[in-house]
Design a protein around this ligand. Structure first.
Ligand SMILES: *Cc1c(COP(=O)(O)O)cnc(C)c1O
Length: 364
């Protein structure tokens, strides 16, 4: 007898393709493919993680209590309504598992983060993609996709890979016009990079409504991607659901300890934010100077469009950059095959990226 088939829908999932980290033959590698922190991790977080190695035999504290306390203190939130996960990825999966089943659907925007669709399909639910305008989520188009079987609307704000964001007023309008029994999940993985006065990561809405969840991560500005650490701020009833279905020790001890230390080093976060602001300006200016179109970015990455010309198309440039040690992200999976996404990295990587593009696109 052979193994039975997986549940319907599972084999329709296209596996998530992480940013590559290999560039065979290149002398020096600049990995600008996964939106990792440009400044590494806080020295305090690294020291705390190393020290945690002395207690590898002990199970972690199951509810990540100390980390939730620290998050509450840092962001002015109620620790009882925070749930931590092995990356915000795990929380997106758990939210799906808690609220979706066969026959249900989710709505996300056309070029929104792909993990939502994967998480939905893993539960037998159908992902629906609402068209965007100017590579920006469109609230009206998202609302139009909602029907009686919609259970969750996912939105990344700012969005990866487009780099665009919706002001608080638009997120609120989306919430107001959705049925009360549809959960709105605001994925604010890049919230710390935002300076815009009309932006809110979503915590206020979580506190005002019973049907909004905000997810956050330590993988980006905090520089702890390797540890897999994220958190969700939830209405009490949603936190209860997540706490029932998560693994009892879903966040490792090292991640919890490093997370607390990372939160204590807000100077590091500020340096990373300032670096990103400066280097984003530099990159956008240079790209513009080379006549390349890009989506103005609010995150730590830029989506760049390449011409439909042999040798200069996104695929060609991707291969050319890689041969020369600069790894960026291909966008075919996001329905944006003419684009590449480049992470705003350390100065050296950003300059190498521009120098390589100059050889192909310089107009003088
Ligand atoms: C990087 C990213 C995350 C973070 O995922 P982790 O699992 O926390 O590493 C979540 N959402 C979006 C949109 C991202 O780009």
């Amino acid at each position: 007898m052979s193994l039975s088939s997986p549940r319907p829908g599972i084999l329709n999932i296209k596996p998530y393709k992480p940013g590559s980290s290999e560039a065979p033959g290149a002398a020096e590698i600049h990995k600008l493919s996964s939106n990792e922190s440009a400044l590494g991790a806080s020295p305090g977080a690294m020291a705390a993680y190393k020290a945690s190695g002395e207690a590898l035999f002990l199970y972690p504290e199951g509810s990540a209590a100390a980390l939730r306390e620290k998050l509450g203190e840092t962001y002015g939130l109620d620790p009882a309504r925070i749930v931590c996960g092995a990356g915000s990825d795990e929380l997106l999966q758990l939210l799906s598992r808690g609220y979706l089943g066969p026959g249900d659907n989710i709505v996300q925007s056309a070029h929104g983060f792909l993990v939502y669709a994967i998480a939905a399909m893993a539960c037998g639910a159908e992902p629906r993609f609402a068209p965007e305008k100017n590579l920006t989520a469109n609230v009206d188009a998202m609302l139009e996709m909602v029907d009686e079987n919609t259970r969750i609307v996912f939105i990344a704000n700012p969005n990866n890979p487009t780099g665009s964001y919706l002001p608080d007023a638009e997120i609120r309008r989306l919430r107001e016009e959705l049925r009360d029994d549809v959960l709105l999940v605001v994925d604010a993985a890049y919230a710390e990079y935002m300076d815009e006065a009309d932006y809110n990561a979503g915590e206020k809405l979580v506190e005002e409504c019973e049907n909004v969840v905000m997810t956050r991560t330590f993988s980006k500005i905090y520089g702890l991607a390797a540890l897999r650490l994220g958190w969700a701020y939830c209405p009490a009833a949603v936190a209860d659901v997540l706490n029932r279905i998560r693994g009892p020790f879903n966040v490792s001890a090292g991640a919890q300890i490093a997370g607390v230390a990372a939160l204590e080093d807000q100077d590091f976060v500020e340096r990373n934010r300032a670096h990103n602001r400066e280097e984003r300006d530099y990159l956008q200016q240079q790209l513009g100077g080379l006549g390349l179109e890009f989506a103005p970015s609010y995150g730590n990455f830029i989506l760049v469009k390449f011409p439909d010309e042999p040798g200069l198309a996104a695929d060609d440039i991707h291969a050319y950059l890689k041969e020369n040690g600069v790894i960026v992200r291909e966008m075919g999976g996001y329905g944006l095959p003419q684009y590449l996404r480049v992470t705003i990295g350390p100065k050296a990587g950003n300059r190498k990226f521009i120098a390589l593009l100059e050889k192909k696109f310089s107009r003088d």
